[in-house]
Ligand binder design. Structure first.
Ligand code: NAG
Ligand code: NAG
Ligand code: NAG
Ligand code: NAG
Ligand code: NAG
Ligand code: NAG
Ligand code: NAG
Ligand code: NAG
Ligand code: NAG
Ligand code: NAG
Ligand code: NAG
Ligand code: NAG
Length: 766
């Protein structure tokens, strides 16, 4: 039963359509701070698909044989080889499930791959690579005997430009992030591993994400419409594609801890989005026993937290119902059956690496995929004087900067490579090339091909000449005969703290100093997200700039593939790069508060990243979706057609049709199709990434609602098709509590970025 206090109904009414367009006046802000109670917790029943139905039959049958102690056992964590290990039931051969980080590769293990970070994968805008990424990751988890992979990530989404964990997620745009969430979920689960979509929800800053000496954690307060259209949106794709687990986040939402927030778990996730799997707490993210159980948490990690014997007591005294404990155990085991993990699973290959053992090698041939994604996620943002690609006569290079080479030892500074469980957050940012971010989301490379290594390989093949200086801030003298000077800098970020800057003086000085002596300076930035460049971007001696992201273990090879034109760059920015840090306004920093109950009001509503820049008419340095390549493209023939035969354009989805996991099934009905033709008008084979933006009435100026990577030979033309679903065109109606199509005119734009709109049209829904 859903209980709304009279007060709360008033609050909902206040969050009207226009209110969510970004509040400029604090007095217009709806009262934040109350999370509506939604009880009891929905009992999963597997009705939403045949695969789930089958899994539930098995799970219910085995749960009916469990004692209360055994049911409680499977809902908690125990010490073991993995970062999390659920309780087993040896009597019935239910194993301990192994949970392990990270979203970009199995963490802290040997003979595992370090994949590009998710933000790098998003920068490929390549749906096929997104799937292959998830699938290769899944294979490694599977072969190590890990049951639950802690990813993919759509929270943080990237509300705050300096957010410490933005790189673990995909993009500040919910549609692009959603495409990645769906594809990566499918990839991981097709390999037989339970994916865990995280962090649910509004985990947008690191500052006081957990309670501590100062008081409770921050409370992320967002209105209902913003939660649906922005933050929950990408999770819907993961759910739709069958994700077996969702990990609830550390901080509070409307003052209720996310892992005991009944509106988030019982309400949005398990009722509205029909989630059939289990909710696992972030590590030590549980803050109450009875309250979390009744709010919809199903398993606590890494230990038994407030449960264990206390949960047994709570069931015995009626504070937690028998239905609930049965549902908790059933949901956990249903996911296990759903992925067929009961039909034999590799024995646990995860070890503490300080003990001599024979590690299982799970790398397969993933290095070539890593190299490919690494190259595909590089974004070329400046290229003048035909600086790139290098030609056969480019045989003398000078290389500068700390980011060109390896750090002295990754293991002295494990956070740089995210290695091991012992994480040292305090280490020097300017020391060695950056291939992943810090904290639990970091990968553990088996090796790292640094930029200098790959450049050496190429120079030696070409019998060229190389000069380098990795450490000076002002490297002199310049080698006057160099064909080009490559400067490597980076921008680090880590779990546990937000970034203090989006640029740093040492790196900017280095770039400027090299450029002052070299008329063909090429800057490569490995960054964990946004990195501002305005102190030097217009310097005419800086001829090319590449955002090379967090590319994983094949970093140098991915880069030289692009520098030498073996692959034309096709990455596009998954976020907005401003001219000045201050252009992000209140979306630059985390909200720093020393209150006992710190409040982070998401008063900007739907207006983050490019939605904010568009609304405020701020000209960015490089807009969302931007990226150059070695060819040029023509756009023509925009057509918008209504798909006869698909569901009607009724304003609301049919209330008589049952929810499936992911939400109302009609939300995925393709109502319209947009087509356009793209021609490679240059003379180089390259991929274009045409992007579809829609102006939805009473919503941000334009929102991404389609994209496709289109490889084209010189002169070739291809038609590209963008399906528009009901969800793509709807807004969340807070009164009706449903996605609503508006009877109005929608602007349709196809272009090469969020501001380079080549084709314009419209469609009227009536
Ligand atoms: C904010 O809105 C209130 C109520 O509409 C109005 O009285 C007040 O003048 C507004 N304040 C500003 C700074 O615009
Ligand atoms: C957050 O919003 C509430 C009203 O909804 C207000 O009382 C509070 O002062 C705001 N907090 C901050 C830090 O802006
Ligand atoms: C948080 O509060 C806002 C404003 O009252 C409301 O619209 C939203 O639904 C609430 N969300 C949760 C999860 O409590
Ligand atoms: C199954 O669970 C869903 C979600 O709680 C509910 O809407 C549906 O009515 C249930 N179906 C059956 C047959 O119990
Ligand atoms: C609970 O789980 C632990 C850890 O897997 C296991 O050792 C223990 O036997 C289980 N207890 C019961 C009652 O099954
Ligand atoms: C039931 O047991 C739980 C766990 O020990 C405890 O927190 C709760 O207060 C008890 N409730 C009642 C009504 O005794
Ligand atoms: C560059 O060198 C490669 C390998 O030697 C050769 O195949 C290619 O044709 C050359 N390209 C040009 C433009 O000379
Ligand atoms: C790299 O790290 C070493 C050891 O911590 C330090 O001595 C050196 O100054 C660092 N280099 C730079 C450029 O910061
Ligand atoms: C490099 O540039 C600096 C600053 O413009 C200048 O002082 C210096 O002489 C130059 N060095 C060489 C070798 O050109
Ligand atoms: C952001 O935080 C930094 C401290 O890290 C502070 O110096 C700066 O003034 C803040 N800027 C804004 C716009 O809040
Ligand atoms: C560009 O490089 C040339 C040659 O070293 C130098 O003379 C000039 O000052 C540089 N320009 C800038 C803007 O750094
Ligand atoms: C490719 O196109 C560019 C610009 O249109 C032109 O300058 C160049 O000569 C062309 N190269 C070849 C090999 O056709």
């Amino acid at each position: 039963m859903k209980v709304l206090s009279p007060f709360f109904s008033v609050a909902l009414t206040q969050s009207t359509l226009c209110a969510a367009q970004g509040y400029t006046n604090e007095s217009e802000v709806p009262y934040y701070g109350l999370s509506p109670p939604v009880y009891p917790s929905p009992v999963g029943n597997g009705t939403t698909s045949n695969a789930w139905k089958n899994a539930y039959q098995h799970a219910k049958a085995i749960v009916s044989k469990l004692t209360l102690e055994e049911k409680v056992n499977v809902t908690g964590g125990f010490d073991g080889a993995c970062v999390g290990n659920s309780g087993a039931v040896p009597r019935l051969s239910i194993p301990s499930l192994c949970f392990q980080d990270a979203p970009d590769g199995v963490r802290g293990q040997e003979f595992v791959s370090a994949f590009p970070a998710s933000i790098h994968v998003a920068a490929t805008w390549d749906r096929s690579l997104m799937y292959q990424y998830g699938n290769a990751l899944g294979e490694e988890y599977h072969d190590k005997g890990i049951h639950v992979a802690l990813g993919p990530v759509a929270g943080p989404l990237g509300r705050i430009a300096r957010g410490g964990r933005n790189w673990e997620g995909l993009s500040a745009d919910p549609y692009l992030a959603g495409a990645g969430m769906g594809a990566i979920t499918r990839g991981i689960q097709d390999a037989g591993v339970i994916a865990s979509a995280k962090h649910w929800l509004l985990n947008e800053e690191e500052w006081r994400r957990n309670p501590g000496n100062l008081g409770e954690s921050e409370s992320s307060n967002a209105d209902d419409r913003t939660i649906h259209e922005l933050y929950a949106f990408p999770f819907m794709d993961s759910l739709r594609d069958g994700v077996g687990s969702v990990l609830c986040s550390y901080q509070r939402v409307n003052n209720s801890y996310a892992c005991q927030n009944s509106k988030l778990l019982n309400g949005i996730l398990k009722t509205e989005l029909g989630f059939e799997g289990f909710v696992v707490s972030d590590w030590e993210g549980q803050h109450a026993g009875v309250a979390s159980a009744n709010a919809g948490l199903d398993i606590v990690m890494p230990d038994q937290g407030f449960w264990g014997n206390k949960l047994t007591e709570a069931v015995n005294n009626g504070s937690v119902s028998t239905d609930r404990i049965n549902d908790m155990a059933t949901r956990i085991l249903s996911s296990w059956y759903y992925l067929d993990q009961n039909k034999g699973y590799p024995s646990n290959g995860v070890y503490a690496n300080d003990k001599k053992h024979d590690p299982v090698d799970v790398q397969g041939d993933h290095a070539s995929l890593i190299r490919e994604i690494g190259a595909a996620g590089i974004v070329l943002v400046k290229n003048t004087n035909n600086a790139l690609p290098f030609t056969n006569s480019t045989r003398f290079l000078s290389v500068y900067g700390y980011d060109a080479t390896l750090p002295p030892s990754p293991w002295n500074n494990p956070s740089r490579y995210g290695g091991g469980y012992e994480v040292n957050f305090g280490w020097n940012t300017f020391n060695g090339t950056l291939v992943t971010g810090g904290g639990s989301g970091g990968s553990t490379p088996p090796y790292v091909v640094s930029p200098i290594q790959a450049i050496q390989e190429r120079i030696s093949r070409d019998r060229g000449t190389l000069r380098w200086d990795f450490w000076s801030e002002n490297p002199t003298p310049a080698y006057v005969n160099s064909d080009a000077c490559l400067v490597f800098i980076n921008a680090y970020a880590s779990e546990s703290f937000d970034r203090e800057t989006l640029q740093d003086e040492f790196s900017d000085n280095l770039v400027k100093n090299v450029a002052s002596n070299c008329t063909n300076t090429i800057v490569v930035i490995h960054s964990a997200g946004i990195r501002t460049v305005d102190t030097w971007i217009n310097n005419p001696n800086i001829t090319a700039v590449l955002f090379a992201g967090l590319p994983g273990q094949e970093s140098g090879h991915s880069l030289t593939d692009v520098l030498y034109g073996e692959i034309a760059p096709s990455g596009r920015l998954p976020y907005t790069i401003a001219k000045n840090e201050s252009d992000y306004g209140r979306l630059l920093n985390s909200t720093i508060s020393f209150d006992a109950f710190p409040q982070v009001n998401f008063t900007e509503g739907l207006y983050i990243d490019y939605r904010y820049f568009d609304k405020e008419e701020i000209e960015p340095r490089f807009e969302f979706g931007f990226g150059l390549t070695y060819s040029t493209f023509g756009y023509a023939g925009l057509r918008v057609t209504a798909n006869n035969g698909s569901s009607s354009t009724a304003e609301l989805p049919d209330p008589d049709i049952a929810i499936v996991q992911g939400g109302h099934p009609q939300l995925w009905d393709e109502l319209y199709t947009v087509t356009a033709s793209i021609t490679n008008t240059g003379n180089v084979t390259a991929s274009e990434i045409p992007q579809l933006y829609v102006s939805i009435p009473n919503a941000p100026v334009r929102q991404l609602r389609g994209f496709e990577k289109v490889p084209l030979k010189a002169g070739q033309t291809k038609s590209v098709r963008f399906p528009l679903t009901r969800r793509d065109l709807s807004i969340w109606d807070v009164e009706v509590q449903q996605w609503r199509l508006q009877r109005a005119e929608y602007g349709i734009f196809v272009g090469a970025s969020s501001r380079d709109l080549r084709l314009k049209g419209s469609v009227r829904i009536q």
